[in-house]
Design a protein around this ligand. Structure first.
Ligand code: COA
Length: 311
């Protein structure tokens, strides 16, 4: 079977606590409000010079440290999920290809906001299914700080910057036990919107209700009908309050729903691979093919993606 053989991630050095964010932006909020309503205690912000592709390259290089540089020329496909790149073209994936020095690979981006990484995994899985050699690199990378409106307290407190990556080794078949479901539904109100000339706007309560009313029942049904038991639910990190609802509705313990939102906030498309990399590096998911994971990403579109496979 094809396998995820390595993961990597990158978080910028600059850590901004809730209190520091409030002081720097003068928004009318408090550490207590943010922690209680979201679970977020701090986030990482990139420097003004760092681009989305810089973050993506750092995550890819972290991953390559584990497999060796000889893999670079055998990467056949590079997919980057991102909503915050300032350059419409070249794609972030093309910039990653250039920086890694991969001579020949098909490289492209997916703009799927917070479900972008699940869309990228689906594309990677389907496009690499019948490849018998080589590798696919999938990255989620975001510089959310560059699109935030720091006068909007309902949105600016939620997001952070970072990147995460996975490497799939092809073996002529897809990932073991792969099941997936991806959905987009019309959003007449553009609940999450980034106009190129302006900053991000979000109807937080509407998005919150979308997760409760659409995503959670859909996830519950997907697990019941297609997945069965699993070891970890690796969820997008949007609000800690969702995880308690997940646990209750799925009838599983909170231990099965790991979280890093307190430390990294919502990094949109980078959220799932950063969390996954943390679990791999801590030894909770040793990449020995014995554990079944469910990934779920949800957000702007409105869209969500859920998939399970053995890791
Ligand atoms: N500090 C203090 N008060 C704040 C605040 C902040 N940072 N942001 C909003 N408030 C206020 C509101 O103005 C409102 O005040 P009012 O009652 O006087 O009108 C009150 O807190 C409650 O606002 P509400 O929006 O109902 O709070 P909430 O419990 O829904 O939490 C979010 C707000 C944004 C944290 C929550 O809706 C959320 O997490 N939504 C999902 C967003 C998301 O994850 N989007 C990304 C894609 S998945």
């Amino acid at each position: 079977m094809s396998k995820i053989i390595a993961t990597g991630s990158y978080l910028p050095d600059k850590v901004v606590t809730n209190q520091a964010l409030i002081e720097q932006t003068a928004i009318d909020s408090s550490d207590e409000w943010i922690t209680q309503r979201t679970g977020i205690e701090q986030r990482h912000f990139a420097t003004a010079e760092q681009t989305v592709s810089d973050l993506a390259v750092e995550a890819a290089q972290d991953l390559l440290k584990q497999v060796g540089p000889e893999v670079v020329q055998e990467i056949e496909l590079i997919i980057v999920a991102s909503m915050s790149s300032k350059l419409p073209t070249p794609s972030v994936a093309s910039q990653v290809q250039r920086e890694l020095g991969t001579k020949e690979a098909w490289a492209f981006d997916i703009s799927g906001a917070c479900s972008g990484f699940t869309m990228a995994v689906e594309m990677a899985e389907k496009l690499s299914r019948d490849k018998t050699s080589g590798y696919t690199l999938v990255i989620g990378a975001e510089k959310m700080s560059s699109i935030l409106n720091f006068e909007d307290r309902g949105t600016s407190i939620l997001f952070g910057d970072g990147a995460g990556a996975i490497l799939i080794q092809h073996d002529g078949e897809g990932l073991e036990d792969y099941q997936s479901q991806l959905v987009s539904i019309p959003d007449p109100d553009n609940s999450i919107c980034v106009n190129p000339d302006e900053k991000m706007t979000m109807e937080g309560r509407a998005v919150f209700n979308f997760v409760l009313r659409q995503v959670i029942p859909s996830l519950s049904n997907f697990i019941k009908t297609q997945v069965g038991t699993f070891d970890y639910l690796i969820s997008h990190q949007a609000n800690k309050r969702f995880f308690e609802v997940f646990a209750k509705k799925l009838n599983v313990s909170l231990d099965k729903i790991p979280a890093n939102i307190s430390q990294v906030a919502n990094t949109s498309a980078a959220s799932i691979p950063i969390l996954l990399d943390g679990l791999v590096k801590s030894g909770d998911i040793p990449l020995t093919g014995k554990q079944k994971v469910v990934l779920v990403g949800y957000g702007a579109g409105l869209a969500w993606g859920q998939m399970s496979f053995k890791l």
